[in-house]
Structure formats: structure tokens, C-alpha cells
Design a protein around this ligand. Structure first.
Ligand SMILES: C[S@@+](CC[C@H](N)C(=O)[O-])C[C@H]1O[C@@H](n2cnc3c(N)ncnc32)[C@H](O)[C@@H]1O
Length: 250
């Protein structure tokens, strides 16, 4: 592990992250919308949300399942106890039938082979060191025909040390100079999520990893900003903040 990774952790910012979401975060609002848009129809009886954090997407999945009238068993897994505690507290306050477990997305040891219809991962893959292992674990736990839906920070615009600046007509854009540099990096912004660190990978790495694991990419998305996000971070009116995809296990 890079010694730098020992600084800020998901445990140390769990309370801050929960409050960020509760306070009305434009990126998270868009992430949920994107995850739900990419869900397969039907999403199936068994749904697993990996790197679930405080359960933001997991609760949205439970809501979507209930709305279809064919409720699914929804499980959220994460490694950060403090975030799982918050997820369980939301579940206790407003029961949606979600089960939360501690597990590592890179191995999914608590999940049996071929036991899940849909795996989701909202804003988690950039946080997890071993992408090959994570995608292979998602593939292993899916039933044949099952779907893997993920949303990531768009690697072409959130690359290491990318900055927001105006073009020669005054339109804001993202300046990227380290796109090919696949590595763990930590944003110097003391108020941002990425101060916890991110594993930057090229878009082609994500897509090639899916294909190598046996997935077929079925749909992709580069969603436009919601009004909230455009208001909070206007640059994302002009370039996508996220890349997302739905892939199928054969
Ligand atoms: C940006 S948060 C996303 C949380 C949630 N999905 C959301 O949309 O708010 C990234 C999450 O990845 C989790 N994480 C990092 N490494 C992990 C691993 N190896 N296995 C499971 N979760 C992991 C962190 O604990 C954190 O909850």
C-alpha cells in the first residue's frame, strides 16, 4: 500500500460523507439516477450492491424493487464498518428489507457462486485497489444472464490532478494531463470526496477488464448534470462527471 493511503480513510470521513449526501449532493443525486436508469428490467429476485457505503444506492434499489410490485432481496456489502453502521441505522428507522454485511468486493466471500441476478456498484470501483478481482467476483456471484451495473467518476475528466478552467471563449472545462498515468492518487482538495484517494484507470482498462472476465457490455452512459449538480459544479454542464455501464454475464 502507498504510505499516502494511510492518511484519510473511509472510516475517518464516514460521518462527513453521510452528511454530504444528506445535505443534497448533486453528484450523488445524478449517480442514483444513473444507476436506476441502467438497471436491467426485471432486476431480478436477488440484488447485491457492492461498496454500498451508507446505503444510498441500496435504498434506491429497494425502492425501485418495491415499485415494480415484485420485491427483491437486496443485500449491501462494504468494508467500512462506520458506513455500514449508518446504513443499518437508516434501515432501522425506515425498514426496506435490506441486509447489510461486511465483505470485500474483491472476493465477496459471503456470497455464493451464481446466486445473484443483479450486482450494482455506485461510485465504488475507483476506491477498490484490485479491479480484476472485483469484476471477477461480480461475475462469479451472478447467475448466467445476470447484470453488473456500475457508475464511476469519468476517468477522462477526473484523472489525477485534473483541474477546472475556462477555454478561450470562457466556457469551463476540465484540463487533463495525466490520463495515461494509472495509479492511486489523492486529491489535495481538503473538502472533497477524493481526498480519501482514488485508483485512476483509463476507460479502456475498465472495458477490457469486463470483457476479460466474461462480460458483454450492453449499455453505457455519460449522464448530463441534473439541475442540482449544474448549480453546484457548473463545469459538469459541459463534460460528464460520470461514466456508467451495464454488462451481462453470458
Ligand atoms: C464513494 S463511496 C460510495 C458508497 C456508495 N456506493 C454511494 O454511492 O454513496 C466508496 C465506497 O467503497 C467502499 N470500499 C472501498 N474498498 C472496498 C472494498 N474492497 N470492498 C467493499 N467496499 C469497499 C468504501 O468503504 C466506500 O463505502
Amino acid at each position: 500500500m502507498d504510505p499516502d493511503e494511510a492518511l484519510t480513510t473511509w472510516s475517518s470521513i464516514a460521518g462527513w460523507y453521510d452528511q454530504l449526501i444528506v445535505g443534497g449532493s448533486g453528484p450523488h443525486e445524478l449517480a442514483i439516477r444513473t444507476t436506476l436508469d441502467l438497471l436491467p428490467d426485471p432486476m431480478g429476485a436477488d440484488v447485491l450492491d457492492i461498496a454500498c457505503g451508507q446505503g444510498l444506492a441500496t435504498r434506491a434499489l429497494a425502492g425501485a424493487a418495491a415499485a415494480t410490485g415484485s420485491p427483491s432481496a437486496i443485500v449491501g456489502i462494504d468494508l467500512t464498518v462506520e458506513l455500514l453502521d449508518r446504513a443499518r441505522a437508516y434501515e432501522a428507522d425506515e425498514p426496506l428489507g435490506i441486509t447489510y454485511r461486511t465483505d470485500d468486493a474483491q472476493s465477496l466471500t459471503t456470497v455464493a457462486d451464481g446466486s445473484v441476478d443483479t450486482v450494482t456498484c455506485q461510485l465504488g470501483l475507483m476506491d477498490i485497489p484490485d479491479l480484476d478481482a472485483t469484476v471477477a467476483a461480480a461475475h462469479r456471484v451472478l447467475r448466467p444472464g445476470g447484470a453488473f451495473v456500475f457508475v464511476i467518476g469519468h476517468p477522462a475528466f477526473l484523472a489525477p490532478n485534473a483541474s477546472t478552467m475556462p477555454d478561450n471563449r470562457g466556457r469551463s472545462g476540465r484540463f487533463v494531463s495525466e490520463y495515461f498515468d494509472e495509479r492511486f492518487w489523492r486529491s489535495p482538495n481538503p473538502h472533497g470526496v477524493r481526498r480519501v484517494g482514488n485508483h485512476h484507470r483509463m476507460l479502456s482498462t475498465y472495458l477490457n477488464t469486463l470483457v476479460a472476465a466474461g462480460f458483454t457490455v450492453e449499455r453505457t452512459a455519460e449522464p448530463r448534470a441534473t439541475a442540482t449538480l449544474a448549480d453546484q459544479q457548473p463545469v459538469y454542464r459541459n463534460v460528464p462527471i460520470f461514466f456508467a455501464a451495464r454488462a451481462r454475464r453470458a
